[in-house]
Ligand binder design. Structure first.
Ligand SMILES: Cc1ncc(COP(=O)(O)O)c(C=O)c1O
Length: 393
C-alpha cells in the first residue's frame, strides 16, 4: 500500500464542518451565522495596546509558557473573581488560543487507552483532540430542552480507565450553563475515580438572565484536579489573535508546558502584552459585553421563531440551537447547504456536534456574535424559507 497517505490518526476525523460552512458562505456571498467570530470591531484600547507593543519592539519570542504580565493578569483575575488562589509561575501557561491549550493539555495528560468523558452535543474540536491524544471517548448526552444530563448515565461512563472529563460551560453549542449542583455531581465522580476535569470556560463572561458562571475548579476538592482553559478570543472579540491559556494544578503544569513548548514555542508576544491590558479592563466592560450579547440573542431568537425554527433559548455563549423539523428536510447537512446556497444564510448542521450524527439530524446551530445589520440581513434572506416550508406542508 502506498505510503503517500495520511496517518491512521488523521484519517479518523473529517475537516471541520464549521469552517467548511464559512468557506461555502464566502463562495455564495451569504450571511455567515455559522462560525463563532464577531463581525464588529475589537475594543480600541486593546488594539492600541497591541500596536504599542509592536512599535515598542515586543517582537521576539516571549517566555515559552507566556509573558509574565499576561500570566500574572490571568492569575490575579481568576483569584479576584472566584476567590481561588492561583500562582502564575506554577499554574498559568499561555498557549495559541484555548484550542492549543486543550490539545496541549490532552497530549500532556492522556495515554493511549485512557478514557475521556465528553458531554454530547460537544464543540466539534473535542473529537479530533481525543483521537490525536490517543484517548477513548465516552459520550454522555445532554438532553434537550434544558440540556440536562442523567446522573446515572454520567456515573456509568466513569471507571478505573477514566483519566479526564471535558466540561464546557457556558456551553457551545447548547448555551447551557452548568449549575452548582451539576458541577458537584461531576466533581464527586472525578474525586471517586481520581479523574481530571478539563474545563473549557471560553464563554465565561458571555452569560444571560442573571445566571452566573461557576468554575469547577472552585468546587470542593477540585482545585488540585482541574485544568481550566480560557482565552482572549470571545471575551475581547479577537478570535484571530490566537491567545489562550491553561490554569493547572502545579502537578500537571510541567507536562502541559513541555507539550506546549514543542508544539508551538509560544503565542504572539505583542498580543500577549495587549492581553494583559485586556484583562485589566474595568468590570463595566464585562457587564456591557453580556448585556449586548443578551440583546443580540433576543433579536435572533425572535427572527428564528418567526421563520418557524424551534429554538432552544441559550443562557450563555453566543449560539442558538434550533430544531428544523418544520421544514421537512430529513438531513441537516442537506438543509444547511440549501440554506447557504439558496437562501444565503450559513449555519452549522447539528450532526457535527454529535458522535452519532443521527442525533443531530434535525438540528441547526446559528451564532449571533454579529452586528445588528448582519442579523437584519439574515432576517430578510430567511423570508425565502417560507417557500421551502410551503412545499412540504
Ligand atoms: C467551546 C469552545 N472552545 C474553544 C474555542 C476556540 O477558542 P480559541 O479561539 O481560544 O482557540 C471555541 C471557538 O468557537 C469554542 O466554542
Amino acid at each position: 500500500m502506498s505510503k503517500l497517505t495520511g496517518s491512521r490518526k488523521a484519517t479518523q476525523f473529517t475537516e471541520s464542518v464549521i469552517r467548511e460552512m464559512t468557506r461555502l458562505n464566502d463562495l455564495h456571498g451569504g450571511v455567515n451565522l455559522s462560525q463563532g467570530f464577531p463581525d464588529f470591531p475589537a475594543p480600541q484600547a486593546i488594539k492600541a495596546a497591541a500596536c504599542e507593543a509592536i512599535n515598542g519592539d515586543v517582537n521576539q519570542y516571549a517566555v515559552t509558557w507566556g509573558a509574565r504580565p499576561l500570566r500574572e493578569a490571568v492569575a490575579r483575575e481568576f483569584t479576584r473573581r472566584y476567590g481561588l488562589p492561583v500562582v502564575a509561575d506554577a499554574q498559568v501557561t499561555v498557549c495559541c488560543g484555548s484550542t492549543e491549550a486543550m490539545m496541549s493539555t490532552m497530549m500532556a495528560i492522556i495515554d493511549p487507552g485512557d478514557e475521556v468523558v465528553i458531554f454530547e452535543p460537544f464543540y466539534e474540536n473535542y473529537g479530533p483532540d481525543v483521537i490525536l491524544s490517543g484517548a477513548t471517548p465516552r459520550y454522555v448526552t445532554l438532553h434537550e430542552p434544558t440540556w440536562s444530563f442523567d446522573p446515572d448515565e454520567l456515573a456509568a461512563a466513569f471507571n478505573e480507565k477514566t483519566k479526564a472529563i471535558i466540561i464546557n460551560t457556558p456551553n457551545n453549542p447548547t448555551g447551557k450553563v452548568f449549575s452548582r449542583a451539576e458541577l458537584g455531581t461531576i466533581a464527586a465522580l472525578c474525586r471517586k475515580w481520581d479523574a481530571v476535569a478539563i474545563a473549557d470556560e471560553i464563554y465565561e463572561h458571555i452569560i444571560y438572565d442573571g445566571e452566573s458562571h461557576i468554575p469547577i475548579a472552585t468546587i470542593d476538592g477540585m482545585a488540585d484536579r482541574t485544568v481550566t482553559l480560557n482565552g482572549l478570543s470571545k471575551t475581547y472579540s479577537v478570535t484571530g489573535w490566537r491567545v489562550g491559556w491553561t490554569i493547572s494544578p502545579p502537578s500537571l503544569t510541567g507536562a502541559i508546558r513541555k507539550v506546549h513548548d514543542f508544539l508551538t514555542v509560544g503565542a504572539a508576544a505583542p498580543l500577549q502584552q495587549a492581553g494583559a491590558v485586556a484583562l485589566g479592563l474595568p468590570d463595566d466592560y464585562y457587564r456591557k459585553l453580556a448585556a449586548d450579547y443578551q440583546r443580540r440573542r433576543d433579536v435572533l431568537l425572535e427572527i428564528l421563531e418567526r421563520h418557524h425554527f424551534t429554538v432552544y433559548k441559550p443562557l450563555g455563549a453566543y449560539y442558538i440551537m434550533t430544531d428544523i423539523g418544520a421544514f421537512g428536510f430529513s438531513d441537516d447537512v442537506e438543509f444547511a447547504r440549501y440554506l447557504v446556497k439558496e437562501v444565503g444564510v450559513a449555519a452549522v448542521p447539528g450532526s457535527s456536534f454529535y458522535k452519532n450524527g443521527a442525533a443531530g439530524r434535525t438540528k441547526l446551530r446559528f451564532c449571533f456574535c454579529k452586528k445588528d445589520e448582519t442579523l437584519q440581513e439574515a432576517d430578510r434572506r430567511l423570508e425565502k424559507l417560507v417557500a421551502a416550508r410551503l412545499s412540504v406542508h
